[in-house]
Design a protein. Structure first.
Length: 186
């Protein structure tokens, strides 16, 4: 009887490992074919919720309009990241390599890390890849059924926990030529 129980446990472990490997492979395959993403987002930064729309073009370009009072704009041209409060005209510029977005927006880097990671299943719904690079700890989440990216979690340059949930995600849409032009400082 003990032998049968050990065989069943071993079989279950092997089956779960195969399913996870298949899910990981499908996620990586789908992600490899993405050149850009358009989506709506909900972002939680230290319990403060913000929403908006974003476009990502790999590598390292992002354009986000926030639906908040300040009409915040976040833009990266691949080298620099600008955050502009369009109501008060406050303007912040950072070299992108000093931010976690430098890694989150680098598809080749993410694919390399995902290939090296085992990943893990969260609540039988989401597949998470977790990695640490330098001072950055990043979690990237994918839907278990569609294999599409659904968000990430990181620490921002001000040491705030940032949880970003993506929805209404569309891949490989046509993007305006100057979409990632940095806004001017007024």
């Amino acid at each position: 009887m003990k032998k049968i129980i050990n065989i069943i446990i071993l079989f279950n472990f092997f089956f779960i490992s195969c399913v996870n490997a298949s899910t990981k492979s499908s996620i990586i395959s789908k992600f490899e074919n993405i050149q850009n993403l358009s989506f709506k987002f909900k972002q939680n930064i230290n319990e403060k919720i913000e929403t908006g729309n974003c476009i990502i073009q790999y590598p390292k370009k992002i354009y986000c309009e926030y639906n908040n009072f300040n009409k915040k704009l976040l833009v990266s041209n691949g080298k620099n990241l600008v955050i502009k409060n369009q109501t008060s005209n406050q303007y912040y510029i950072y070299p992108i390599e000093k931010t976690a977005l430098n890694l989150i927006l680098d598809k080749d880097f993410l694919l390399k890390k995902m290939n090296l990671s085992t990943g893990d299943l969260i609540d039988d719904k989401y597949y998470r890849f977790k990695f640490v690079e330098g001072n950055n700890e990043i979690n990237i989440y994918f839907d278990k059924k569609t294999f599409g990216i659904i968000g990430w979690q990181n620490i921002d340059i001000y040491q705030n926990l940032v949880i970003t949930y993506l929805f209404d995600v569309e891949a490989n849409k046509e993007i305006k030529k100057n979409q990632f032009k940095l806004p001017k400082q007024n």
